[in-house]
Structures are given as C-alpha cells and as structure tokens.
Write a protein that binds this ligand. Structure first.
Ligand code: HEC
Length: 107
C-alpha cells in the first residue's frame, strides 16, 4: 500500500497538548508521534488524517477498549499497520502511552 504516509516532522512538537492534563510522560510521546494522525482528542482527526488511505482508530469509541488493549496498542505501535507506521519505542515508552491513552480516552 504505497501512500507516502510517513508524515514530515514539522509541526509535531511536544507542545501540542492533548486533553486531560496531568503529568503523564506518555502525553509528550503521544503528542509528538501520534496526534498528527489520531488527533489531540484521540478521535482520529489529526491534521494528517485526511491524507491517509484509512481513517485512524477513534480511541474514544468504547469498542476500542474491549479485549486485551495493552497488547493491541503495543503490537500496532511496534509493528505498524499501513498506513500507520511502526515506531521504535521501548516497552516503557509504550506503556506510558498506554497509560496516558487510558487516562484520557477510556470512558
Ligand atoms: C501516519 C498516521 C498515524 C500515526 C503517526 C499513528 N497512527 Fe495509529 N493508526 C493510524 C491508522 C490509519 C490506523 C487505523 C489502521 C487500521 O484500521 O488498519 C491506526 C490505528 C491505531 C490503533 C488501533 C489498533 C486497533 O487494532 O484498533 C492504535 C492503538 C494506534 N493507531 C495507536 C497509535 C499510537 C500510540 C501512535 C503513536 C506512537 C500512532 N498510532 C501513530 C494512523 C497513524
């Protein structure tokens, strides 16, 4: 699936704040790497989303949180699933993202 989706880094800075606030290290990682597609509010409406061949998942959807979400999230972040790229993050970094996502988006 050729789609040139590896988005440029411009405009992706840790200053793009997500909802929730609080001192979650995962917030910075998520803001820097994920919100460009997934949106600061996790709805899948980030600035790059419109250019993707598939709509990014909506993390606010209760369906998303069914099953083994820790594994689901860590698998896709490690391996990617086009058009979502893989990320080389440590297990700790991935865990902080998962914690932050639970804190912010899980209903
Ligand atoms: C280039 C855009 C892009 C970026 C950057 C991106 N994603 Fe995604 N993501 C997607 C798309 C598109 C999908 C939907 C893929 C599908 O339906 O097959 C997705 C799906 C997901 C899913 C849902 C998996 C499932 O089985 O429902 C999770 C979790 C996820 N992304 C987490 C992240 C995290 C965490 C980051 C940052 C480390 C990130 N994404 C960065 C585009 C992106």
């Amino acid at each position: 699936m050729a789609c040139g989706c590896l988005v440029p880094n411009d405009g992706i800075s840790g200053s793009r704040d997500g909802p929730g606030g609080g001192h979650f290290p995962g917030k910075t990682t998520l803001s820097g790497k994920c919100t460009i597609c997934h949106g600061a509010d996790g709805k899948g409406n980030g600035p790059a989303a419109a250019a993707l061949s598939k709509h990014p998942a909506d993390f606010n959807n209760p369906e998303f949180w069914k099953g083994d979400v820790d594994k689901k999230i860590s698998d896709i972040v490690r391996n990617g699933r086009p058009p979502m790229p893989a990320f080389s993050l440590s297990s700790d970094e991935i865990q902080t993202i998962i914690d932050y996502m639970k804190q912010s988006f899980k209903k």
